[in-house]
Design a protein. Sequence first.
Length: 120
Amino acid sequence: MAHALILDENVAVCRAVQHYLALLGFGTFDNAWTERQAMECARQHRPDIIIIGDDIELGCAIRAARRISGGSAIPVLMVSGDPARASQKLAQTSSYDGPFRLNQIEEAAKLALQGRQSVH
């Protein structure tokens, strides 16, 4: 069963992302609101995909995703209500896909997972 780690302080966004990912067959989810929480969640259950939102309460979601993925084939997607702001955050991080609007997450996740499967 596929597992997702969602990093965002907005509970409504986390629930919406879970809904879209459940449609793709994801069965378990961890939600983190801080960088430290994200790291702990990943230690307990390695994610198959990481979704980062606009903001977390403490720390940096991009840094957490980078540390968790550690060069492995875990897809990392960014969901944003403000794509221009998110693009600025991602400018130095070319290895992540996004930003995507919430209504694009299902298609983006499908593409990211297909790309990952071709690597293995």
